[in-house]
Design a protein around this ligand. Structure first.
Ligand code: ADP
Length: 370
């Protein structure tokens, strides 16, 4: 008899411990957990569920439809209780919106599983709902989808033009044998292929920049050497376009602690733009030692950028509508990539420009690891 009482007390104690363990496990979960019984009343919820549903009272005993307000991706209301009772095997969806009373909403991951609530066969039938706020992931997915659609569109156009030019060249060679016409069609095809090469270059830098989030190797950059390198690379192009090309080192700055690859890439983007969008005058690069880093300035006396366009300069695929911009080849990715790289190395970019006068791209690059 006494043995029986002791055994019952021990098993009640064990059940209490098990219950506490389970409660603390559920409460430590990052995902929101709600359990409802057959009548769609909440029997259990964890802290994350209260957070996601934006309530601070216990949900126990409340009807599910009173606390979870769902819409599909077309903003059509969904009856949550119907959704749950219609679930015969465990299912999950990422296409729901959870609506709040103030009209705002989040993207919700919702998994529903029919379960036995409680132990043994006596346990009542019910459902467990697992919820996660996936708004951020969704917006990244949308951005990626949009990016892929824009890139494929941008790639398709030059491929179609180049293909047309080459077919035309073949036709001309067969039918007329006019070498000048064939040459001109091939020249146009070549320029489209060069554009594709530029675009692929920009895209690969972009993906490097995005992966590069993890690896920013700090090196000692010889500033004078870098200026010299840029001069050697770009002075011939400037000469071909009858432009002055100048580099200047101010205040005898010697070294910069940053990532050579990114710093060079950024300056190259500024300089190629300055050369591309300047018809007469000068392109100048200066480097000046400033507290905690180096300021590089790339200045030109080119077509300039209107105030409205200045706000969009660093947007993906942005190119000015200015006809002089449209006369040049460009992907609209250069400055977007430049900004990504600048952020990686904590650099700050400033732009000053006046239409028909010229532009000044200035970048402060801090010494990393200081
Ligand atoms: P891309 O040069 O390939 O078009 P970028 O992202 O490098 O792409 O530049 C975006 C746009 O910004 C250019 O198309 C041009 O309209 C404008 N821009 C950039 N640099 C200059 C500059 N130095 N002078 C005038 N316009 C510029």
């Amino acid at each position: 008899m006494v043995k029986g009482i002791l055994a019952r007390a021990a098993s009640a104690k064990q059940a209490k411990i098990d219950h506490e363990r389970l409660t603390s496990l559920i409460n430590s979960m990052a995902d929101g957990v709600l359990a409802v019984d057959k009548t769609m009343k909440v029997v259990l919820s964890n802290g994350a569920a209260l957070n996601i549903l934006d309530v601070n009272n216990t949900l126990k005993g409340r009807k599910l439809s009173g606390v979870v307000n769902l819409e599909d991706k077309n903003k059509q209301k969904i009856d949550v209780e119907e959704l749950v009772t219609g679930t015969s095997t465990s299912t999950a969806t990422r296409d729901l919106l959870l609506k709040y009373d103030d009209g705002s909403s989040i993207n919700l991951y919702l998994s529903i599983a029919p379960v036995h609530l409680g132990y043994g066969g006596a346990g009542q039938q019910g459902y467990v709902l697992l919820m996660r706020d996936i708004t951020h992931e969704k917006s990244l997915e949308e951005e990626r989808d949009e990016f892929i659609s824009v890139v494929s569109h941008e790639l398709r156009t030059p491929i179609a033009i180049a293909e047309g030019d080459i077919s035309n060249a073949q036709f001309l060679a067969d039918k007329t044998g006019d070498i000048e016409q064939v040459r001109s069609a091939l020249k146009e095809a070549h320029s489209q292929i060069m554009f594709l090469a530029d675009m692929i270059n920009d895209l690969s830098t972009l993906s490097r920049a995005e992966r590069g989030k993890l690896t920013v190797d700090v090196e000692q950059i010889d500033v004078a050497g870098l200026l010299q390198e840029l001069k050697t690379a770009y002075a011939p192009q400037a000469r071909d376009r009858n432009l002055e090309f100048r580099t200047e080192l101010i205040d005898g700055v010697k070294v910069l602690h940053s990532t050579t690859l990114y710093v060079r890439e950024i300056l190259q983007n500024f300089v190629t733009n300055a050369l591309k969008y300047t018809q007469k005058g000068e392109v100048a690069i200066t480097a000046q030692g400033v507290p905690k880093g180096v300021r590089f300035v790339v200045e030109d006396t080119g077509i300039g950028i209107s105030k409205g366009d200045q706000e969009k300069l660093f947007d993906k695929f942005f190119r000015s509508e200015d006809f002089r911009t449209r006369q040049t080849n460009g992907t609209g990715l250069g400055l977007y990539v430049t900004m990504k790289l600048a952020r990686l190395i904590h650099a700050e970019i400033d732009v000053e420009s006046e239409l028909n006068k010229g532009s000044r791209f200035s970048i402060f690059i801090p010494n990393l690891g200081d």
